[in-house]
Design a protein around this ligand. Structure first.
Ligand code: DGP
Length: 112
């Protein structure tokens, strides 16, 4: 499959890894939007949030548990934001499910 994040998962494209286990990979975003900005992705290909189903959704709960653990380990006690973009209007540019974790500055709400 010609998927950028599948290639990162496979080690074919390098990344600055934050965390990895058998189900997920976390790595720093190449275009950071905050002092701390990493992505957490399922290793199994899911194209977007619109493709989450009862059969594949367990990994999403795992991702949020991983994010909570990484936030503790990285000292993000002042808070952080988790964002997943879906489709063209949602601003999704890479068609492999990913959760942005942004921290290290006060984040505006609502987003533009
Ligand atoms: P989104 O626009 O929500 O689909 O976010 C995709 C993010 O992926 C974007 O913030 C930039 C990041 N990104 C794209 N290509 C690469 C890459 O090759 N390596 C890394 N580390 N991040 C990438």
């Amino acid at each position: 499959m010609d998927c950028l994040f599948c290639k990162i998962t496979a080690g074919e494209i390098p990344c600055k890894k934050v965390y990895e286990d058998d189900q997920v990979l976390a790595f720093y975003d190449v275009d950071p939007q905050a002092p701390v900005h990493f992505l957490v992705i399922p290793k199994a290909h899911i194209a977007s949030p619109a493709d989450i189903t009862p059969e594949n959704s367990a990994v999403v709960a795992h991702i949020f548990a991983v994010i909570a653990r990484l936030a503790r380990e990285l000292g993000l006690e002042k808070g952080y934001r988790v964002v997943t973009n879906c489709g063209a209007d949602g601003g999704q540019s890479v068609p492999h499910l990913h959760f942005h974790v942004l921290a290290g500055r006060s984040l505006a709400w609502p987003p533009g």
